[in-house]
Design a protein around this ligand. Structure first.
Ligand SMILES: Nc1nc2c(ncn2[C@@H]2O[C@H](COP(=O)(O)OP(=O)(O)O)[C@@H](O)[C@H]2O)c(=O)[nH]1
Ligand SMILES: [Mg+2]
Length: 313
């Protein structure tokens, strides 16, 4: 493909084709525009995206157009954006409070959270964006909720382990996501592990759902398993961290380059500099654990989390 379109761009384009509302089209086009490689070969494409974007914006403002749905889109920040989906009172806001500096309201009555509230969670040397959301339940769902869930890289299903109706809540949510053609959550989080009976309830849930998604019990209130939560979320985003170093120097391990699982030495070089990628002869491979010792690898070598690359051009 001559334009060298990136996986991020292609994903945004797929999304553009699959969504139907103006708000979603606009969001997808904005992502296409921000991820399309900027060079001569893509000038026509860039112009075309801009044209479609301005058209979609115009249409969304027309009288009588379906713009009654408020447009809340959380701008993606950090290594990945993760939407917290769940029934009322499951502790979504408490999780965001315990893991980030954001302060969404936490309360024991339902529907306290009315707007998406993002916060940044640290995992080692990366920041992951958690987005607290209003509940998804049979009683009520904010009309803009689907577009925010769709915009995230991953969704978590957060339930309260004390909740007597938890099975119905989960089934309702899965059915709703399916109807809206939204992806199945990547992780089932059983919260409130500190409450009596929660361990048993989690074991029962895990028996039922372990074939469909990963399951993790936590207590947002006491902090139990929140370190495992952060690692699990990092894992499911499918990110690998790669560092670079100059020959004879040590690597700066505080500032990883972020790639997707399956990307290569060539992709890493491209993040550093376009010329690097083109002129690359080979790389030497080290690892943060110290257990790789400068093995020569070629550009198609797939990188691993923690790889340190020394480029030779
Ligand atoms: N015991 C216990 N209570 C929790 C925990 N997490 C949240 N809660 C309580 O559950 C209620 C609902 O929490 P909130 O975060 O507002 O739920 P949301 O509706 O999902 O955002 C509040 O009273 C919280 O204090 C937890 O881990 N353990
Ligand atoms: Mg809340």
């Amino acid at each position: 493909m001559p334009a060298n379109l990136t996986p991020e761009y292609l994903e945004a384009e797929r999304e553009y084709k699959s969504v139907s509302t103006h708000a979603e089209k606009i969001a997808a086009l904005e992502r296409m525009l921000s991820t399309v490689p900027k060079h001569k070969g893509t000038e026509k494409l860039q112009a075309d995206i801009k044209r479609r974007l301005s058209q979609a914006r115009k249409e969304s403002q027309k009288k009588g157009a379906a713009h009654s749905v408020p447009f809340y889109l959380v701008e993606r920040e950090g290594a990945g954006q993760v939407a917290l989906v769940g029934p009322p009172n499951s502790g979504k806001s408490q999780l965001v409070c315990s893991l980030t500096h954001a302060r969404p309201e936490v309360a024991d009555y339902p529907f306290t959270t009315r707007l998406p509230t993002p916060g940044m969670m640290s995992f080692e040397n990366v920041q992951i964006q958690l987005v607290d959301l209003p509940p998804l339940s049979a009683e009520f769902m904010e009309p803009w909720l689907p577009q925010v869930i769709r915009n995230a890289h991953a969704g978590l299903l957060v339930v309260g382990l004390e909740d007597a109706a938890v099975l119905d809540e989960i089934e309702f949510i899965l059915e709703t996501l399916h109807k809206l053609r939204l992806p199945v959550p990547a992780l089932l989080v059983g919260n409130k592990l500190d409450l009596p009976g929660a361990e048993e309830n989690f074991a029962a849930l895990e028996d039922l759902y372990r074939d469909r998604f990963r399951c993790l019990p936590v207590s947002a209130a006491t902090g139990r398993n929140l370190d495992r939560f952060a690692r699990t979320v990092f894992d499911l985003l499918g990110i690998v961290r790669v560092y670079t170093k100059a020959p004879g120097r040590t690597a700066d391990l505080t500032a990883p380059f972020l790639l997707r699982r399956g990307q290569t030495v060539h992709d890493a070089a491209r993040l550093v500099h376009k010329d690097f990628a083109e002129k690359l002869k080979f790389a030497r491979l080290f690892h943060v654990s110290g257990d790789r010792d400068g093995l020569m690898v070629e550009r198609h070598h797939v990188v691993d989390d923690g790889d340190i690359l020394e480029f030779h051009i």
